[in-house]
Design a protein around this ligand. Structure first.
Ligand SMILES: N[C@@H](CC=O)C(=O)O
Length: 318
């Protein structure tokens, strides 16, 4: 029986970062501290591990198991843990799903297989999800990539997934196209068995949430989960003035974190944790490399503008 067996993916879901030691091994102690810090934010509904934010592409299967184990031991009694299923092929995806379930995950975030960059059909997508759904009863969240990557699913495919995969409960929508995002939200959340749309459009979160997403799943939740909870609540309450006030604090950080190259977003978030005194070193695994001092300075300025760091010193503002 998984923890939180009735969990439905919705609301604010931070995806946490994975600290490393200088020798690139996992820094267990710092990971626990980070998990505890993020999980202490009132109002989040779950946390996500083994996803982009934990540099899943550079973690072995055993390391992913360790990440799940540490997360489960540290915060698993308090919050559901969503485990990424990051695999090039469906057989490996199903194996990861089984390991995640055995490790105590409460839901799975299914990444699109890499070969879809070369093309896809609805039958391939359905076969991929069916294989995972047959491996475990855990609720599934489909990670919807931008269509331009080749890995994003056309809307008819998403609707068939909703109809034919009973454990599909949500998508994490990363479409940068506003009209497409809106149609997706209306279509999936309007199904007879609604599929929640969780925004991962963190660079323009306010606009995305205003379109009606039933939640958000964001790497920047590793730093600003509290602001995201307040933003989500304000939007749900139709309090646009409050939502805009909170967005004014989120915006400088979104600009800094999600600048080009996008792949450095979580690298930058680690540096931000260091600047906030919450992490002792920002080490990333190759092919990522340390960002420049000029960029760290821009992150510091964004933290100051967001009211998270005093301009005079590195002390965290109250
Ligand atoms: N958009 C995500 C990254 C992708 O998984 C984020 O919010 O950090």
């Amino acid at each position: 029986m998984p923890r939180f067996s009735t969990y439905q993916p919705a609301g604010v879901i931070p995806a946490v970062l994975l600290p490393f030691n200088d020798d690139l091994s996992i820094d267990h102690a710092s990971f626990k501290t980070h998990l505890t810090d993020v999980a202490s934010v009132e109002g989040i509904s779950a946390i996500t591990v083994n996803a982009h934010s934990t540099e899943v592409a550079s973690c072995t299967a055993d390391e992913q198991r360790q990440v799940m184990e540490i997360a489960g031991d540290t915060v698993g009694d308090r919050l559901p843990i969503i485990h990424g299923v990051y695999a090039e092929g469906s057989i490996e995806a199903a194996a990861i799903a089984r390991r995640a379930a055995a490790g105590g995950a409460s839901a799975l975030l299914v990444f699109p297989p890499g070969p879809f960059t070369l093309g896809q059909s609805a039958e391939m997508v359905l076969a991929h999800f069916r294989r995972i759904a047959d491996a475990t009863d855990l609720p599934l969240i489909a990670f919807q990539y931008p269509r331009s990557t080749g890995q994003g699913y056309p809307l008819p495919t998403l609707l068939r997934l909703g109809d034919e995969i009973p454990t599909l409960r949500a998508i994490k929508d990363w479409t940068p196209e506003v009209p497409q995002h809106e149609v997706t939200i209306r279509s999936l959340q309007g199904m007879s068995r609604p599929i929640n749309v969780l925004s991962t459009n963190s660079p323009w979160l306010l606009s995305s949430l205003v379109l009606g997403c039933n939640g958000l799943l964001s790497g920047s939740g590793s730093l600003i989960a509290e602001l995201q909870v307040r933003l989500f609540r304000a939007v749900k309450a139709n309090d646009l003035a409050e939502a805009r006030r909170i967005n004014d604090r989120i915006h400088p950080l979104a600009r800094a974190f999600y600048a080009d190259p996008f792949v450095d977003m979580h690298n930058r978030m680690k540096e931000a944790l260091v600047l906030l005194g919450k992490l002792s070193r920002a080490v990333v695994r190759p092919p990522l490399v340390k960002i420049s001092e000029a960029e760290i300075k821009r992150i510091r300025e964004a933290l100051v503008e967001a009211g998270m760091l005093s301009g005079a010193s590195e002390t965290r503002a109250a």
